[in-house]
Design a protein around this ligand. Structure first.
Ligand SMILES: Cc1ncc(COP(=O)(O)O)c(C=O)c1O
Length: 398
C-alpha cells in the first residue's frame, strides 16, 4: 500500500514546521511551538475524514490494537476472536495483554467468516476483531449482530483498508473501536504510526491515558498531571504526525488513482472465465489498494505466481506459504516461542493450535492471488501489466 510512492513538498513543509521550532514531542512545551501541534491536528483531521468522534494517534498499528483492547478492559485470560489470514500483529497485540487469540476461518471475503465466529464464541470471549485485509472488508452487519447478541466488543483492524467504506461509513468507524496502521507500507503513512478510533468517550479517554504512561492530560503542566491508572509509552512523535497530516489530505487522490489502475487490471482479468474475484460484502466500497482474485486450485496459483515473477510482474502474492500473513507458517506462535514465560491460561488457551485445521481458509487462501495496486504506474504501464497478467494466466490455465 503505497503512501510512500507519492511523497513530496506537502510532507516536507509539515516536517519543516516541526524542525523549525524544535518541539518533537506531541505533549507539553506549549510556549515553544509557534502554534504547531501536528499530532493533535492529525487526530482532528482523522476524526473528520473517518467520521468518528475520537482518534488517538499512537506509535504503531500493533500498539493501536493492544491499546484498543486494553481500553475496553480486555486482558488476562480473555479470548479475542481473530482471523487466520491477517498480519502477525493481530496475535502479538492480543498476547501482549495476556489475552488469548482465538483463530478462526475466513470466507471468500478474505476476512472473518461470521459463521466461524459464532461457533468460536465461549464464555471467555470478550472481543471479535475482523481484519479488513487487502483493501476490502468483513461482513460488518453480520459481525455486529453477533457481537450485540452476545454482548461482545467489535474491534475493526482497518490498517490495510484506510479509505474503504461499508454502507457509506469509513472502515474503522463502525465497530466499538477501530485501529489503523500508518507505517511505511500503508495507503497513507506517518513513517511509523497508528491510530485508535472510537465514538465511545470512555474508550477514548482510556486510549489517550494508556498510550502515555497513564497521564490524564489535564492542565498545561505535564509534571503535575495525575495517573488514574497504569499506562505505557506508545506516543507518536510530532515528526511522524507531520508526515501523516500531509498524507491524509491526499487520501482521496490516492484512492482515486488506485481505483483507476485497479479497474484496468480487473477488466482484463474478467475475460478469463476460470477467475473469480474476492467477494466484497453488499454495500462495501474497496480502497482499491489490492486486486484479489481466485484461481481454480493451489497448484495453478503457485504456477501463476512463479510466471509473474519470471515476467517481472511484481507485487503479487499467494499467501498460502507466506510467513507473515497466514497461519500455516506461524511456527513461532504454534510452538509458543516467547522470550519470557507465558501464563498457564494462555498456554492452555493456545493448545488448540497443535491440532486445529483450517480447511475452509486453505481453500480460499490456496487459490487466491492478491496484487498490489501502485500509484506511480503510468497509463501505459498499467495497460502493459494487464496484458501480461492476462497472457500469463491464460497460458497457465491451458
Ligand atoms: C492488518 C494489519 N494490522 C496491524 C498491522 C501492524 O501495523 P504496524 O506495522 O504499524 O505495527 C499491520 C501491518 O502491516 C497490518 O497489516
Amino acid at each position: 500500500m503505497p503512501g510512500f510512492e507519492l511523497f513530496g513538498d506537502a510532507e516536507r513543509k509539515e516536517v519543516n514546521d516541526v524542525l523549525e521550532n524544535g518541539v518533537l514531542m506531541r505533549y507539553g512545551f506549549d510556549g515553544m511551538r509557534n502554534g504547531h501541534w501536528k499530532a493533535r491536528q492529525l487526530e482532528q483531521e482523522l476524526e473528520n475524514k473517518l467520521e468518528v468522534k475520537h482518534a488517538q494517534l499512537v506509535s504503531s498499528g500493533t500498539a493501536a490494537v493492544s491499546i484498543a483492547l486494553a481500553s475496553a478492559g480486555i486482558g488476562a485470560g480473555d479470548e479475542v476472536i481473530m482471523p487466520v489470514f491477517t498480519f502477525v500483529a493481530s496475535f502479538e497485540a492480543i498476547m501482549m495483554l495476556g489475552a488469548i487469540p482465538v483463530l478462526v476461518d475466513i470466507d471468500d471475503t478474505l476476512t472473518l467468516d461470521p459463521k466461524a465466529v459464532k461457533e468460536a464464541i465461549t464464555k471467555k470471549t470478550k472481543a471479535v476483531m475482523p481484519v479488513h485485509m487487502c483493501g476490502s472488508m468483513a461482513n460488518l452487519d453480520a459481525l455486529q449482530t453477533i457481537c450485540r447478541e452476545q454482548n461482545i466488543i467489535l474491534i475493526e483492524d482497518s490498517s490495510q483498508a484506510t479509505g474503504a467504506t461499508y454502507k457509506g461509513k469509513p472502515l474503522g468507524s463502525i465497530g466499538d473501536l477501530g485501529c489503523l496502521s500508518l507505517d511505511y507500507v500503508k495507503i497513507i503513512t506517518c513513517g511509523e504510526g497508528g491510530a485508535v478510533l472510537t465514538n465511545n468517550e470512555t474508550y477514548y479517554k482510556h486510549s489517550d491515558h494508556f498510550s502515555d504512561h497513564g497521564h490524564d492530560h489535564i492542565g498545561t503542566d505535564r509534571g503535575a498531571e495525575t495517573h488514574p491508572f497504569l499506562g505505557y509509552n506508545f506516543r507518536i512523535s510530532e515528526l511522524n504526525a507531520a508526515v501523516g497530516l500531509a498524507q491524509l489530505r491526499r487520501l482521496d487522490e490516492f484512492v482515486a488513482i488506485q481505483k483507476k489502475n485497479y479497474t484496468v487490471l480487473r477488466k482484463a482479468l474478467s475475460a478469463i472465465p476460470e477467475i473469480t474475484f474476492r467477494t466484497v460484502p453488499e454495500g462495501g466500497e474497496e480502497s482499491y489498494s489490492f486486486l484479489s482474485f481466485f484461481l481454480p486450485d493451489l497448484e495453478t496459483s503457485r504456477k501463476v505466481i512463479q510466471a509473474f515473477k519470471d515476467a517481472g510482474v511484481d507485487g503479487c502474492w499467494n499467501y498460502y506459504d507466506n510467513n507473515w500473513h497466514y497461519i500455516r507458517k506461524w511456527e513461532h506462535l504454534k510452538a509458543l516461542k516467547t522470550l519470557y514465560p507465558l501464563s498457564a491460561e494462555v498456554k492452555e488457551g493456545l493448545k488448540y493450535l497443535q491440532t486445529k485445521t483450517f480447511v475452509q481458509s486453505d481453500h480460499y487462501i490456496g487459490r487466491n492471488i492478491s496484487c498490489l495496486i501502485k500509484l506511480s504506474w503510468t497509463e501505459a504501464e498499467v495497460k502493459e501489466r494487464a496484458k501480461k497478467m492476462f497472457e500469463i494466466i491464460s497460458k497457465t490455465l491451458n
